[in-house]
Ligand binder design. Structure first.
Ligand code: PHE
Length: 448
């Protein structure tokens, strides 16, 4: 069965794919933005602790569900269920995750489309196509539709090819490219005036802010979004891991890569903002906070690139390509959630299912585009602030309260025979049963 439904062919294939899903706009845009608006290094510190202490255990629960079930999220959760009630609950949680992934992709595709459009601007400028260059960076319905469609097309193109030829192959190509681009851009920004001041703002924690509820909530939300939790994505990626692999260390490696890239992105963005300030660009909003959100990516940074003359065209191009690549390795995982569900539960052929779901999600994007001001925020909040935490919490409840401890151990022992005697097994089951669901619930209720 494993062969017919596809499997990652190697350990590195899985690491690149799962890290590809995790590393996205959340890391390169969301994390530095949140850091900027939550007291700099204090946020980084809290984020690191929460990522390893709460997001990693929840991430392991999702990987484990998938590897045990060897199927899409709904089927995998149902395999762990023993009563009809559990089975219905399993359906709700699994299908909820699939819907959540589709919802996220419907707005993520629009943001990613903007990244591609901003990457084409320097190319058009170099080719002296000035009015086209102005058009691609101006908000318009036509521009949004065109670039969202282009991005969705790329996502569908990869997913139609399946696990090994699509997800694994492209993640293995794109992730190294992303890391190289990130490092080159950091090295360049560090040579500019103002970078040292930015570094200082990024790395000097204001310890008094560490326990602020708002900061904790933002950091946890960011960690969950970044590890793609509560969307069925890590369950399905877990189901493509071979039974010979050590899940505990694979999960830890992916978490480490995700956190490291977020940290590196901060090393690029925050110093770049201070470089922009040294060039006379305003980086503080009227209330004295650092400009964040779309203003940062689409106003502050492009103004900085403008001050760099023709060098700025190359920097802008590489920066927005970096963003587009990060978005693509994430969006393919979002599409894989619903596609694997439809392929396995409704026996629809993969290529057909991919195109069909790609079109449906694109239509959802069109609805958002038609009323961008209201819908973008609404869908993003619904999926990431409600859907993801609730479903991630229910996955932990499933593993902690419904699945048998002996079966969990049996699954973990595959590829890791001595797991029973290690630190992970002493802490994690207890953690997943009590701490993770409680902490997620507290943060969720607080955010309401
Ligand atoms: N983790 C991705 C990012 O940081 C986003 C994502 C969310 C991917 C949910 C898949 C599922 O951008």
């Amino acid at each position: 069965m494993a062969a017919s439904r596809g499997e990652f062919s190697s350990r590195i294939g899985f690491i690149m794919a799962a890290a590809g899903s995790a590393v996205g706009l959340g890391n390169i845009w969301g994390f530095p933005t949140q850091t900027a608006s939550n007291g700099g290094a204090a946020f980084v510190l809290v984020y690191l602790v929460l990522a390893f202490c709460l997001a990693y255990p929840a991430f392991m629960a999702e990987l484990l569900i998938g590897r045990y079930g060897q199927a899409n999220a709904v089927t995998s959760l149902q395999k762990m269920s023993r009563t009809p009630f559990h089975k219905r609950f399993a359906f709700l949680v699994g299908f909820g995750g699939v819907v959540c992934a589709a919802l996220i992709l419907s707005f993520y595709g629009i943001l990613a489309g903007w990244m591609i459009s901003y990457a084409t601007e320097p190319v058009l400028t170099l080719g002296s196509a000035n009015s086209a260059a102005a058009w691609v960076v101006e908000q318009s319905m036509a521009r949004n539709i065109l670039f969202t469609a282009l991005f969705m097309f790329l996502t569908v193109f990869v997913i139609r090819r399946g696990v090994e030829d699509g997800i694994e192959k492209w993640s293995k190509r794109l992730m190294p490219l992303l890391i190289v681009l990130l490092l080159v851009l950091i090295a360049y920004v560090f040579t500019l005036d103002g970078a040292a001041q930015g570094l200082n703002a990024y790395l000097n924690p204001d310890i008094s802010r560490v326990l602020e509820p708002d900061l904790l909530i933002s950091a946890l939300g960011q960690a969950f979004f970044s590890l793609s939790l509560g969307t069925s994505v890590m369950v399905i990626y877990g189901s493509y891991i071979s039974k010979n692999e050590n899940l505990v260390s694979l999960g830890a490696q992916v978490t480490l890569i995700d956190v490291s890239i977020a940290f590196l992105a901060g090393l690029l963005i925050i110093p770049a903002m201070y470089v922009a300030q040294a060039q006379g660009v305003a980086i503080f909003a009227e209330d004295g906070s650092l400009i964040s959100g779309s203003g940062l990516v689409f106003t502050v940074l492009p103004s900085l690139f403008d001050t760099m003359g023709s060098m700025g065209l190359f920097v802008a191009f590489f920066f927005f390509i970096l963003m587009s690549v990060a978005a693509l390795t994430s969006s393919i995982s979002m599409l894989e959630g619903p596609v694997s569900y439809v392929v396995e539960r409704h026996q629809i052929e993969r290529k057909k299912a991919t195109t069909m779901i790609g079109v449906i999600i694109f239509l959802m994007s069109l609805v958002i585009i038609s009323n961008l001001g209201v819908m973008l925020d609404f869908v993003a909040t619904l999926a990431t602030e409600y859907g993801q935490p609730i479903i991630a919490m229910l996955c932990c409840v499933f593993v902690g309260w419904i699945w048998h401890r002996s079966e969990i151990l049996k699954e973990l022992q595959q590829g890791n025979e001595t797991v029973e005697h290690g630190f992970f097994w002493k802490i994690w089951p207890w953690y997943t049963k009590f701490i993770c669901p409680t902490a997620i619930a507290i943060v969720f209720i607080h955010s309401l």
